[in-house]
Design a protein around this ligand. Structure first.
Ligand code: BG6
Length: 288
């Protein structure tokens, strides 16, 4: 049973309608953000300086008919394609409305708890429950809490599929992956990462044993620190122009201004009855 609005009065969160969809708007002295009820998806996060941290496709479809391309989609209870090809890629969570369960706020930021409403959707999940905490302040933190509510062991996979905004992907580098083994999903080949990662083509790789935190640099200057917890892998994705052309909701040149860095459990994770698991991604700016 979903509970709604533990805190009715909030100073910083308002709701509005856009394309017929409900949007939660957060306007706090530390940041502004928008969250779509559909997908429980963070679409925008701007820091105190007004810098946008997330990329949202110019041609994203936001009418609830398909997952929104950009921001932070939630892949759950599976990552990638399902063996059953009639089921959607990356699971159901990004395809249903999420209820806002509670809002906590103070001078440091706003913390929202949301829960996917499978009961009122065409997707029903009986064995796992999920809620998400989004912490918005001078940094951005997202936690996914999964609990096995059945009497049997249940397996799942997941990702916090963050689309980070960058000025120019060709000037970016990611550190923290050096020495890691990765599966290049495009070539279906296992390789070792040597040096910092610099993207120059369509990239779709799953890195294992990643030493947190990762850093994203632009022209050699670190712009974001990306940390995580509870993950077995980090997914790096950029479709470049070739891949973007195959996606109707991805503008051809959009690849220049984004990179997906996703904290994930790409191998299935098994929970015993009543056991729970938390996956966390925290994005911050480097301490000077
Ligand atoms: C990434 C996957 O996480 O998401 C890619 O590794 C996939 O294989 C990409 O193409 C985008 O997926 P979708 O379903 O949002 O187009």
């Amino acid at each position: 049973m979903l509970k709604r609005w533990k805190i009715m009065r909030t100073k910083y969160v308002t709701t509005k309608l856009s394309n017929g969809q409900k949007i939660y708007q957060v306007d706090h002295p530390c940041c502004t953000a928008t969250i779509s009820e559909f997908g429980g998806q963070l679409l925008s996060f701007q820091d105190q300086q007004g810098e946008e941290w997330l990329w949202l496709s110019k041609s994203a479809i936001k009418d609830g008919s398909k997952a929104i391309r950009g921001g932070v989609p939630i892949c759950w209870p599976w990552f990638g394609p399902n063996d059953d090809k009639t089921l959607p890629q990356h699971g159901y969570a990004r395809l249903v409305n999420w209820a806002l369960v509670s809002v906590e706020e103070d001078e440091f930021g706003v913390r929202l708890t949301l829960q996917p409403d499978f009961v009122n959707s065409k997707y029903e999940i009986y064995n796992l429950s999920l809620f998400m905490k989004i912490d918005l302040g001078t940094s951005l933190s997202i936690q996914l809490h999964t609990e096995n509510i059945s009497n049997f062991s249940v397996s799942f996979s997941q990702a916090i599929h963050t689309y980070l905004a960058v000025d120019d992907i060709k000037e970016c580098s990611i550190s923290g992956l050096n020495g890691c083994v990765y599966l290049d999903q495009l070539k279906n080949k296992i390789s070792h990462q040597e040096n910092d990662l610099v993207l120059s083509q369509w990239t779709d790789s799953i890195y294992s044993n990643v030493q947190n935190p990762l850093t994203l640099a632009h022209n050699g200057k670190t712009s974001k620190v990306i940390d995580g917890n509870g993950h077995d892998s980090v997914v790096i994705w950029n479709p470049w122009q070739d891949g973007a052309r195959l996606l109707s909701d991805f503008d051809d040149l959009g690849y220049q201004n984004m990179i997906c860095i996703e904290m994930a459990n790409t191998a299935t994770k098994t929970l015993a009855p009543r056991q729970s698991h938390t996956l966390t991604q925290i994005i911050s700016i480097p301490k000077s």
